[in-house]
Design a protein around this ligand. Structure first.
Ligand code: G3P
Length: 231
């Protein structure tokens, strides 16, 4: 498991996997770098239709927070479903889309100690409103801003400034990360968490210079003709 490796007062960025695929999640856990998982209805639609089993398994596989999104629409039903979701496992975080009609629901749930991740955040003021309600995570979407030709990274920057200005406890969870540049900029700006599709995380291991370097060390070692390092 990841060790605490931060100076007092500093934070270490958390990495969540943005997937509902149990096999992929299982394959990443032994690396020790995964701190949680985020799911959403689109990701669930690609998996086994026995959604409850899928989600329960993910909560068992992962030690850290697992975000599970409500699918009800009426505020009362959203509240009831949020409570139901929160009871699925200890590490569940209930994901609720940003909407005026859900603010009273979110407010009530946070008062009751339910951990909330507010998703589909596209502006600083949206983020401020839910930070005031004491949610655990705020999820600004980067890629979907880029889709309409606006640099989504600016939103992460704005949220970090807001967090520094006011000292909110809510964590900034950079979402809709589509490429390595999004990830690099989220790290440099200081997002608390980045949720990353596993296919994107794979790319980190395919750096041509790292791969070439490994081959060169191997080839040079073989020139010595030794069986073991210390023979
Ligand atoms: O965590 C939210 C994320 O899954 C959305 O990503 O690529 O559908 O915008 P995307």
């Amino acid at each position: 498991m990841e060790k605490e490796n931060v100076k007092k007062g500093k934070k270490l960025m958390k990495i969540f996997l943005d997937t509902a695929n149990r096999e992929l999640i299982k394959s990443w856990i032994p690396t020790g770098v995964i701190n949680g998982v985020t799911t959403n209805p689109s990701l669930l639609s690609k998996e086994d239709p026995d959604v409850k089993s899928v989600l329960k398994d993910i909560c068992d596989i992962v030690k850290g927070d697992v975000s599970i999104e409500v699918v009800e629409k009426e505020p009362e039903k959203v509240y009831k479903q949020a409570i139901q979701i929160s009871k699925l496992a200890k590490n569940v975080v209930v994901k609720i889309p940003f909407s005026r009609e859900y603010l009273p629901v979110i407010s009530q749930l946070t008062k009751e100690g339910v951990k909330i991740n507010v998703t589909l955040i596209f502006s600083l003021v949206q983020a401020l409103l839910v930070a005031k309600l004491g949610v655990k995570y705020i999820s600004p979407f980067i890629g979907r801003w880029d889709d309409i030709d606006v640099d989504g990274i600016n939103l992460i920057q704005d949220l970090v400034i807001m967090q520094e200005n006011y000292g909110f406890e809510s964590k900034i969870l950079a979402a809709s990360i589509r490429n390595v540049i999004h990830l690099q900029k989220s790290i440099l700006i200081g997002a608390d968490v980045a949720t990353i599709p596993p296919t994107l995380l794979d790319k980190v291991f395919n750096h041509p210079l790292t791969l070439q370097g490994i081959d060169k060390f191997d080839a040079d070692w073989k020139k010595l003709g030794k069986k073991n390092l210390f023979d």
